[in-house]
Design a protein around this ligand. Structure first.
Ligand code: MSP
Length: 557
């Protein structure tokens, strides 16, 4: 099925032609700025490591999917990606959870860490390293880091007196606590930030001279937009306007046995947050390029752990003479029916229950479409199903089945596309062309800025544009009337748009995009970001033999 010249009147043809040529030249100049130069840059992205006191929920999965989409995007643009995730297994919280489960802590951690690993696999999280803080490579790193801090004079032994919140594994200043009345009438002191109980500790331990690092931290903060969104940057700035108090970095072993002992003083256990934060460095040390990937490009974190990552972590690194992370991406939390997820409320949503209903594709799409880093999201199964159905089954699904259906595409090929394909479709072709030319650049910018939801919106606008174009062109009529040139052009343009859509969505819904690109017969080597834009070609490609149904509609009452 070759291409025939358009049958539009000549005068119309000339003006369209001139406009098209100019539009194409303009768009090519614009779009070439983003496509890979062939040089690879290291990109090191991390999720927090997850506490193993409870099973994975959708909030955890959100952090992981954001980091994963970003890792996949950077791979597509040609960067070499290190992507780490894993589990945080030491500390009082885990010690107590193991005791509560009547299990030896090691076995307890193996079990829950395994659940996280499975959940990540089922959700298509493409990490390159899964770190557990109970591994010996990590213990070695924590020991050597402690020794560096000690040699540099940042550690001293002292008395710590104050409030401690085990649920947050955090020391809490007196003015950050309040008394609340429990249902049984008793009073309980809680952390104002997390609303979780605090206890009074008075003990001998090692302290870290955080107070010495305020200026260096301020300098780091001023070095660029290191914390996004801006709201969180400003919050950290305000913390640094206040005095910093030295931080207790160990606990007596008698109180906390489940952790890494202080080198040279086995009567003390290293504070779990110092231990946990160092996971990022353990990963770097054990990556293929060793510490050459340092500093991390971005730590993806939830808003509740901002202080640990924006004050303590860079302070530890600066004290040790290492570079702090290049950036932190802070996201909001998922609520369920506007309430915090908690075991006591009984509203914890497991990722697997969502995957069972809408598959990993549906869950990932929903989280990235609905999740706006700057605010909290409200989770609802009903909404998840509705969005997956309308965008994945109807919007994109229709587009693909229309152009791959046997009645309009009897030879089952993806036709080559040229400027004349758009030209011969008149104004609808010209409108779709400009959308198609614009979209990849915008999506690139939005993904780069972590605005995945905005990138997805752009892709969906393109899908709507292509479906509208198809509807307007009425190819079934063109076929009936024997207008083969316009029929070919309509099919070619629609298939090309579907190819671009599939390429652009790879970071968000990898297996769905893979099915789409397989169906369109796109070779593996033609799926990088360089191929995300419109490509002129005269070659015809055979469609894949698999079903055109990419995402079966889901019924949910
Ligand atoms: N172990 C620490 C992190 C140490 S990193 C050096 C921890 N673990 S956590 O399991 O409690 O949380 C892991 C991540 O999940 C955090 O980024 C946290 O913000 C995120 N979330 C936990 N609940 C969440 C929601 N309800 N919604 C979105 N993210 C949530 O903190």
């Amino acid at each position: 099925m070759g291409f025939l010249r358009t049958r539009f009147p000549l005068s119309l043809n000339i003006s369209f032609h001139a406009r098209f040529c100019e539009q194409i030249r303009r768009n090519y100049r614009k779009s070439s700025r983003y496509f890979s130069s062939g040089q690879t840059e290291p990109f090191f992205v991390t999720t927090p490591i997850f506490y193993v006191n409870a099973e994975p929920h959708i909030g955890h999965m959100y952090t992981a999917v954001i980091a994963d989409s970003s890792a996949r995007f950077h791979r597509l643009i040609g960067n070499s990606v290190t992507f780490s995730t894993g589990t945080d297994e030491h500390g009082l919280k885990i010690q107590q959870a193991a005791l509560h489960a009547n299990e030896e802590p090691g076995r307890f951690c193996d079990h829950v860490s395994g659940l996280f690993k499975t959940a990540f696999k089922n959700c298509e999280i493409s990490y390159t390293d899964y770190i557990r803080t109970t591994e010996s490579r990590h213990k070695e790193n924590v020991h050597s880091f402690w020794e560096i801090l000690s040699e540099k004079g940042y550690i001293y032994k002292g008395k710590y007196e104050g409030w401690y919140c085990t649920a947050d594994e955090a020391f809490v200043a007196e003015d950050q606590t309040m008394l609340v009345k429990l249902p049984n009438g008793q009073e309980q002191r809680v952390s104002t930030e997390s609303n979780r109980p605090v206890e009074w500790f008075s003990e001998e331990n090692y302290l870290f001279e955080l107070s010495k690092l305020r200026e260096k931290l301020r300098h780091w903060l001023k070095s660029g937009p290191v914390i996004r969104p801006l709201r969180h940057y400003n919050l950290v700035k305000s913390w640094l306007d206040q005095e910093l108090i030295d931080l207790s970095i160990s606990r007596p072993r008698a109180r906390l046995s489940w952790g890494i002992p202080v080198p040279g003083d086995s009567s003390q256990t290293i504070y779990v947050w110092l231990d946990a934060l160092l996971n990022y460095m353990t990963v770097a040390k054990h990556s293929q390029s060793k510490m050459n990937i340092w500093p991390p490009s971005v730590h993806v974190i939830g808003k509740d752990i901002l202080k640990f990552h924006s004050i303590y972590w860079p302070a530890f690194l600066l004290a040790a003479g290492l570079e702090p992370p290049k950036s932190l991406l802070v996201h909001g939390h998922w609520l369920v029916d506007d309430q915090k997820m908690s075991k006591t409320t009984g509203n914890v949503v497991s990722p697997q229950s969502c995957i069972n209903l809408v598959t990993a594709t549906g869950l990932r799409y929903f989280l990235m479409h609905e999740g706006v880093p700057a605010s909290d999201g409200n989770f609802s199964m009903k909404r998840m199903v509705r969005i997956a159905n309308s965008d994945l089954a109807d919007g994109i699904g229709n587009l693909v089945s229309r152009c791959c259906g046997k009645s309009l595409n009897p030879l089952q090929t993806r036709l080559g596309v040229s400027p004349s394909s758009f030209e011969s479709c008149g104004t609808p072709g010209s409108d779709l062309l400009s959308l198609l030319e614009r979209t990849p650049d915008i999506v690139h910018d939005e993904y780069q800025k972590w605005n995945f939801y905005k990138g997805i919106d752009q892709v969906m606008a393109l899908v709507r544009g292509a479906n509208g174009f198809f509807q307007t062109m009425e190819p079934w009529k063109l076929k009936k009337e024997g207008q083969l040139d316009q029929l070919n052009a309509t099919m070619a343009v629609t298939l090309e748009t579907a190819r671009v859509v599939g390429t652009l969505l790879q970071p968000i819904v990898p297996s769905y995009s893979e099915r789409l690109l397989d169906k369109l017969g796109v070779p593996q080597e033609n799926r990088s970001w360089d191929f995300a834009r419109l490509r002129w070609t005269t070659t015809e490609t055979a469609l894949g033999s698999q079903q055109a149904v990419l995402f079966p509609r889901i019924k949910f009452d």
